[in-house]
Design a binder for this molecule. Structure first.
Ligand code: 26V
Length: 742
């Protein structure tokens, strides 16, 4: 018995003394294994930071979606076998443990997953990057479908999930809200005192993330006093109180992170005046933008550095990524709200505005957080070439703006989830393990019939695995001999799940007329924000059509499945089994997308618009290996100016779909959605509909010819290496952080 196994058993025996019943056996084993892993990871983390000599990067984000960690941790630490042997003695397998593992759902979508992909990727680079976020008690809501509609449920993930965190750290900070500021003039300088404030305590809890080489840390702030403050991720901001709560959360994250960053710096290097030579702080979108005035506050109020110098240092240190140009997603806080909740911070924002002659405070009415961020950071970046060029020409035309196209963690989205594919490629003598750049060499097999047929077999096996999982977990039956056509992402009008559904309804009309279609399964999964009526209605439509088809004569040919409660684990199961990746946002609206990259790496072919990173996928694989349709971003922007959906409703195919919506499915009319399309259609499904149908026929024809199809698949897999988060991090370093240079 080796040391590690002894540690697990000792821990287990201790837990057993307190909690000894059959139900808790697996739980106790899990807790024992996790706590031993935490120690190992911490050790590895400390080894890394001891030898690091470059600048430290702090990546601040309101969300992180790391997914389950246990399996990758065991693999990365090389201790799978030892752990398997220990738990086998108690009658359990690794799979039991992996199923029991807890997913910290501290994010809602692409933004949080991107942060996690960066931390995972960074473990195998030489960049020291630390994540900061909040320890939400409930995390993202659980989605249930009741009576065909989405219901949101709170789940207390922390109750179980606390075992994943290292809480022994002594870092606790006070964060101040409300009160008033008193100014004294001393030695020709204004000195500010924030009085009568309310104070809440933030405690640091670490979640270690591992890669093959090394470990990075995600620091989550736990609120010790105000139970309500970190209960939920993105509390409903329909009401005034809801908005204040969101703002409080943001400042809580910013203040505790900045205090921690500065004290960590001072522990190592004593001179505060040189801090801008040694650290970089990166804002993941504008949610943590209050870090800027908070940093200035500490330099000015605690270290007596003058305001102008503090602002200059801030600018050297900070950088900001923009992730959307959708107006309703660009944050603006009412002046009066910030002034009241954060009086000292407001004074600093006013000073910044004056100093930079900025318009970041508009009409003394609200504060534009994108301007605050861009004007106080030395650089802004967008997340795909198209998105960066759009922001550089529009909202940030006066700023230094660069592009760093997003990336994904291949450890998770390739090596971990598609074993057979990895084995096939390695079997060809290409040493791709943890070196995704080598994937490019796989392209030379695109005309090798044996390899093409092996690829087909792997896809089929992945489909069988998925279908078994869907049957066991959800009671859903799918036809493994059909095309798997998949759209998984948040439900949002701009992502146009509705356009996909319009196509499915069109196919239903053909079937009802007695025509035949090629066997196809549509898989949807994703959550809509609880207050987002239009998005929830589309989910309701999908679930009703699914029920209708299940009870129809066409179920062998056409099937639509909605998998509830989309999360990282569902994506990991679906992506390797997918044939077609639906990326059909209105051109110009999806900043990048990262799901598109994950599908590509696993051999699915993209059916998409010329939007976000789809453009770059297209450039990498060539036009013949992707199916693009619809307006481009310029055409879309120009049409949207005087857009009138009524011009399209008499189109024969559009009309067929609109009438069928009226008639309804599963006993429910969807004339509400018909009305929406006819009078609103904010993201222009109708103008792109015919082009989308043509693209559908094109891609399904390509699928009929398996040699052509799997050749396309190989070209996609081989060129996906570009989207590695390691490449993205390297570019961040070269263009923005400069970690390894002065
Ligand atoms: C937020 C909201 C909130 C209010 C309602 C409308 C709305 C629409 C979009 C958003 C997104 C906020 C930022 C975000 O998550 N952007 C996503 O970032 C990903 C990582 O860069 C990127 O791949 C996605 O394209 C982008 O949508």
């Amino acid at each position: 018995m080796d040391l590690l196994q002894n540690k697990i058993i000792n821990k287990y025996n201790k837990l057993k003394e307190f909690n000894d019943n059959q139900n808790s056996l697996l739980h106790n084993l899990y807790v024992s294994v996790v706590s031993v892993i935490k120690d190992e990871l911490k050790q590895k983390y400390n080894n890394f930071i001891k030898t690091y000599e470059g600048k430290k990067v702090y990546y601040i984000s309101m969300e992180f979606l790391p997914g389950k960690q246990l399996e990758s941790n065991l693999i990365n630490l090389g201790i799978e076998k030892e752990v398997e042997d220990v738990i086998y003695k108690y009658g359990y397998t690794l799979e039991d443990l992996y199923n029991y593992d807890i997913d910290p759902k501290l994010g809602s979508g692409g933004l949080g997953r991107l942060g996690a992909c960066f931390l995972e990727g960074a473990c195998d680079t030489n960049i020291d990057i630390t994540g900061y976020s909040l320890l939400y008690k409930n995390g993202l809501f659980k989605q249930e479908i009741k009576n065909f509609v989405q219901i949101e449920k709170n789940v207390d993930w922390y109750k179980k999930g606390n075992v994943l965190l290292s809480e022994e750290c002594e870092d606790i900070y006070d964060v101040h809200f409300y009160g008033n500021v008193v100014t004294n003039r001393m030695n020709d300088k204004d000195i500010y005192f924030h009085k009568n404030h309310q104070s809440v305590k933030a405690k640091r809890c670490d979640l270690y993330i591992s890669g093959k080489e090394s470990v990075r840390s995600l620091r989550l702030w736990k609120c010790l006093d105000d139970r309500n403050l970190c209960n939920n991720l993105y509390p409903n901001d329909d009401t005034y109180e809801g908005k204040v709560l969101r703002l409080k959360q943001q400042y809580f994250l910013c203040s505790s992170s900045i205090q921690n960053i500065i004290s960590e710096y001072l522990e190592n290097i004593k001179d505060i005046k040189k801090i801008d030579k040694h650290i970089r702080i990166h804002l993941n979108d504008t949610h943590p933008a209050l870090c800027i005035p908070e940093f200035i506050r500490i330099l000015v109020d605690f270290y007596g550095i003058d305001f102008k110098k503090s602002l200059k240092m801030t600018k050297n240190i900070f950088s900001y990524t923009n992730h959307t140009i959708l107006k309703e997603a660009l944050e603006r806080w009412p002046v009066q709200m910030i002034e009241n909740l954060l009086p000292r911070i407001y004074i600093i924002i006013e000073q910044i505005c004056k100093e930079l002659k900025s318009t970041l405070i508009k009409d003394n009415y609200y504060i534009n957080m994108a301007y605050l961020s861009s004007e106080c950071c030395h650089i802004v970046n967008g997340v795909s070439k198209l998105h960066s060029s759009i922001i550089g020409e529009t909202i940030f035309k006066n700023n230094d703006c660069v592009n760093v196209t997003n990336g994904i963690s291949f450890n998770r989205w390739f090596y971990k989830i598609n074993n057979e594919l990895v084995n096939l490629i390695e079997g060809l003598g290409i040493d791709i393990k943890f070196n995704e750049e080598k994937l490019k060499e796989f392209e030379k097999y695109k005309n090798n019939d044996d390899v093409l047929m092996k690829l087909k077999e792997i896809k089929y096996n992945n489909k069988k695995r998925l279908s078994k999982m869907l049957q066991e977990k959800y009671g859903i039956t799918i036809n493994v001999n059909s095309v798997f056509d998949v759209q998984i992402k948040r439900f949002h009008e701009y992502k146009r799940q509705l356009l996909n559904v319009m196509k499915i309804i069109y196919l239903i009309c053909l079937l009802e007329k007695g025509e035949k279609v090629f066997p196809q399964t549509y898989i949807f999964s994703g959550k809509a924000s609880g207050t987002y009526k239009e998005a929830k209605e589309v989910i309701e439509l999908i679930v009703n059509i699914s029920e209708y088809l299940k009870n129809s004569n066409f179920k062998e040919m056409l099937n639509i499945v909605f998998i509830p409660d989309y999360d990282v684990e569902i994506a990991e199961a679906l992506i390797p089994a997918s044939d077609i990746s639906e990326q059909i946002s209105l051109a110009g609206k999806e900043a990048s997308g990262t799901g598109n990259m994950k599908f590509m790496a696993n051999g699915a072919v993209t059916l998409g618009t010329y939007d976000g990173a789809n453009v770059e996928i297209s450039n990498l694989v060539g036009e013949e290996n992707i199916v693009i349709f619809g307006m481009n971003s310029l055409e879309a922007a120009s049409l949207s100016k005087g857009y009138n959906p009524m011009c399209y409703i008499n189109d024969e195919k559009v009309k067929m779909v609109l009438d069928r919506l009226d008639k309804g499915f599963n006993g429910k009319s969807f004339n509400n959605i018909r009305g929406y399309l006819e009078t609103n259609d904010r993201f222009m499904c109708l103008p792109d509909f015919n082009s989308y149908l043509e693209a559908y026929y094109k891609i399904y024809n390509l699928y009929q010819n398996e040699k052509i199809w799997y050749k396309m698949s190989i070209v996609n897999i081989s060129n996906s290496y570009y989207f590695s988060s390691k490449r993205a991090l390297k570019e961040y370093d070269e263009k923005i952080w400069n970690c390894l240079h002065d």
